[in-house]
Design a binder for this molecule. Structure first.
Ligand code: NAD
Length: 325
């Protein structure tokens, strides 16, 4: 088992939503954490807690620039890397389609340096987008460690995630660097972006807090799998610790489909406001159904998650509310 306590860990994208929670959790487990972020969507406010720790260092910079990264690897002798930096958000990728492609350079730089500096393990944040429009549900990774083929690229974002997974697989296969790619389904919780570039839960909560009806694109029967940030982080820590996960691609989700209509109604209930969702035409690029098979996650990482969806939605609602005060 890989040991977190006392280790030195690089978290790229650590000032973002998921990365900042990861930094907090790693510090809580006794690691020394170096967070690298270009603050394109991340914020130093997300690091308020981490910055008070003497075991935490923040470095502002571009992870896609290997010349910038090299001296950081040289200085800190990392044990592990969580590579979470990325350009994301459907709207952002549509507006700046080529920007996202630069992230392949980041994965390449991380893996080259991991090889050069003998990093003990690299964990990568992939995405359910790697499945594209695949129709057969639940969406399933390959079961073994063989190079994966169950993907379908529908956007440059998914192409970057699939390519990065493959870069990790090849380094694992040929150079024996332990790696694990985690295919995150929809993560939610405090600190997630709620602008129009953000994600559905934050956007709905923002609309509701402003006394507006949540806007649903299409009939609202499209589904997503929502996982709370604390659960996502616990699984990522298990993925780092577990030798069984080495070389694997693993879905990270609840294995529970929720319609967007149901989500909007739950959030309206939590708010106690007299609102009803309104409907606008469906967006063409949207994937209709998303539901992961989480057997591999449960078996490989020996983990199961308690399903407290409403409670976690309420905690998230309260956090956005506190941000408005
Ligand atoms: P986020 O935008 O809050 O975090 C991404 C972070 O990366 C930001 O802090 C941003 O400033 C930083 N960044 C971007 N490009 C960079 C670069 N070139 N150099 C340094 N820093 C850079 O998003 P998030 O939701 O926290 O996502 C974290 C990871 O999880 C991403 O890789 C994303 O693709 C993946 N993911 C997230 C979800 C989700 O539901 N949020 C789902 C699937 C996959």
């Amino acid at each position: 088992m890989y040991k977190i306590e006392g280790s030195t860990i690089l978290v790229t994208g650590g000032a973002g939503f998921i990365g900042s929670h990861l930094c907090d959790a790693l510090l809580g487990r006794g690691a020394h954490v170096v967070c690298m972020d270009n603050l394109s969507t991340g914020k130093t406010e997300n690091l308020e807690h981490a910055l008070s720790s003497e075991h935490f260092v923040f470095i502002e910079g571009d992870v896609n620039d290997k010349a910038f990264l090299q001296p950081i690897f040289e200085k800190y002798s990392f044990d592990y890397v969580f590579h979470y930096a990325a350009v994301l958000g459907v709207q952002r990728v549509i507006e700046q389609p080529l920007l996202v492609l630069d992230d392949i350079a980041g994965t390449r730089a991380i893996m080259e340096l991991a090889c050069e500096y003998g990093i003990k393990k690299v964990v990568f944040s992939s995405s359910s987008e790697a499945y594209g429009h695949m129709a057969e549900l639940p969406l399933k990774e390959d079961t073994g460690k063989e190079l994966s083929h169950q993907t379908h690229s529908t956007s440059l974002y998914s192409l970057v995630k699939i390519t990065s997974e493959k870069i990790l697989e090849v380094y694992n296969y040929n150079y024996k660097i332990p790696t694990c790619s985690l295919r995150f389904f929809n993560v939610f919780g405090p600190r997630q972006e709620s602008s129009s570039y953000g994600f559905v839960i934050g956007i709905f909560i923002k609309q509701i807090l402003e006394g507006k009806s949540p806007v649903i694109f299409g009939d609202g029967y499209q589904t997503r799998d929502f996982i709370y940030i604390d659960d996502n982080i616990n699984i990522a820590l298990r993925a780092l610790e577990s030798e069984k996960a080495d070389g694997h691609i693993v879905n990270v989700g609840m294995g529970r489909q929720t319609t967007i209509r149901d989500l909007a109604e739950r959030l309206i209930d939590i708010s106690g406001k007299d609102l009803k969702p309104i409907f606008q035409p469906a967006r063409e690029y949207e994937i209709r159904y998303r539901s992961p098979d989480v057997t591999k996650m449960q078996q490989l990482l020996e983990t199961s998650i308690e399903d407290n969806f409403n409670e976690n939605l309420a905690k998230t609602y309260e956090w956005y509310q506190s941000q408005q005060a």
